[in-house]
Design a protein around this ligand. Structure first.
Ligand code: PEP
Ligand code: MG
Length: 395
């Protein structure tokens, strides 16, 4: 019989076989079992490269742990600022009143303690690298275009003028945060330097969650990561902020806290001066998404939909450099690892860009001598396998 499916009807697709089923089928979480599990256990005996996951909530952390991740290589804390938290960060950004801003930060602190408590507990005994806030602040704000439309509608409907004036003032404020090149603007460690209250709050929340878990008998292992550093003093400044807060929390909670502080290497300047930067870093995590963007001068948010497809067709590029690590970018990673060890022989080096879950890139990272790769939870199994294949090939 011919089955007619209309817009809005529910269907299910088996992603492996392509079978289409009418209606919703019961789903189960994927598990590593049987032969696959055995093969991955064999792989673990051979690989020397660690495999961690990028996760920012306890569910993903647990999932990645089930898939064999040996820690969290990147917890993007901005993902914890969405949903009902967005309103709070907006209050912080858009208000000039110091008391209102402080109250917003206090609310964020309460929420973050809970977030980190859940993450560290899910990864008990394993490292969790928490990255301090990274994106441009306007990403948390309403879209000025939508606001513009809203104002036009209010005007057309003859809304009271003070309501319109309020929206206009908000629009002006939001416009004030607009940047020509936001990815090269007020983001990463620059945010923490301009608004020190934010890193202080985040570090306090990390240290407090860690202290609470320690007192409950758990073994939390948080690490603090400072993003988008280009010069040593940026890292030195934020590191000292972090260390002061950690010491304060340790004294207040009556526990000993040992929380490493490291940085992301995602800018060419950081990679070529890694010997200096390493003097203030316990670890490096190569953010190869931004490092690819800044090495090529390709906007990662745009070019994949613009000219990269044509470049691939015309063989101007052998592959998408945001998916598989480019040799030029890999050279910067290699330089960063070598120089990093000059500045700090004990430095731990990993990668947390999308490339961390790409088998071909994993071969390159293995050759360069990174300590681990970190990728999305679902790519952890393939990363374990690729790391073993790379180790065997390199022998
Ligand atoms: C990176 O730049 O590689 C990275 C992991 O950070 P994000 O993707 O969040 O910019
Ligand atoms: Mg980045």
């Amino acid at each position: 019989t011919d089955i007619v499916i209309r817009e809005g009807d529910m269907i299910s697709i088996d992603g492996t076989t392509g079978i289409v089923v009418l209606g919703a089928v019961d789903l189960v979480m994927p598990e590593l079992t049987g032969d696959l599990d055995t093969i991955l256990e064999w792989a673990d005996e051979f690989r020397t490269l660690g495999v961690r996951a990028n996760a920012d909530n306890p569910e993903d952390a647990e999932l990645s742990r089930d898939f064999g991740a040996e820690g969290i290589g990147l917890c993007r804390t901005e993902h914890m600022f969405l949903g009902d938290r967005k309103q709070i960060i907006q209050t912080f950004i858009l208000n000039d009143d110091e008391l209102i801003r402080e109250k917003a930060v206090a609310d964020l602190y309460e929420a973050q303690v809970g977030d980190f408590y859940g993450m560290f507990k899910a990864m008990d005994g394993l490292p969790v690298i928490v990255r301090l806030l990274d994106p441009p602040l306007h990403e948390f704000l309403e879209s000025p275009r939508e606001l513009d439309v809203e104002i036009a509608k209010l005007e057309a409907a003859g809304a009271p003028s003070d309501a319109i004036a309020e929206k206009r003032a908000l629009l002006e404020k939001i416009d004030g945060f607009a940047e020509q090149n936001p990815m090269l603007g007020m983001r990463g460690c620059r945010l923490g330097i301009v608004y020190p209250i934010l890193p202080e709050m985040q570090v306090r929340a990390i240290a407090t969650a860690c202290a609470r878990l320690q007192k409950e008998g758990f073994a939390p292992k948080p690490e603090i990561m400072i993003p988008l550093v280009s010069v040593l003093p940026e890292l030195a400044k934020l590191r000292s902020v972090a260390e002061a807060v950690i010491a304060e929390v340790a004294a207040a909670e009556g526990v000993e806290l040992s929380i490493p502080v490291g940085t992301m290497i995602e800018l060419p300047r950081a990679a070529v001066t890694a010997n200096e930067i390493a003097t203030e870093a316990d670890f490096f995590s190569f953010g190869t998404n931004d490092l690819t963007q800044t090495t090529f001068g390709f906007s990662r948010d745009d070019v994949e939909g613009e000219f990269v497809p044509q470049y691939l067709n015309e063989h101007l590029l052998p592959y998408n450099p945001f998916a598989t690590i480019d040799p030029g970018v890999a050279k910067l990673v290699e330089m960063g690892v070598e120089l990093g060890h000059e500045g700090n022989p004990e430095i731990v080096c990993g990668v947390c860009g999308e490339h961390g879950g790409d088998p071909e890139s994993i071969h390159t990272f293995n050759r360069i001598g990174l300590n681990y790769v970190s990728c999305s939870p679902y790519r952890v199994p393939v990363a374990r396998l690729a790391a073993a294949q790379a180790a065997i090939k390199q022998r």
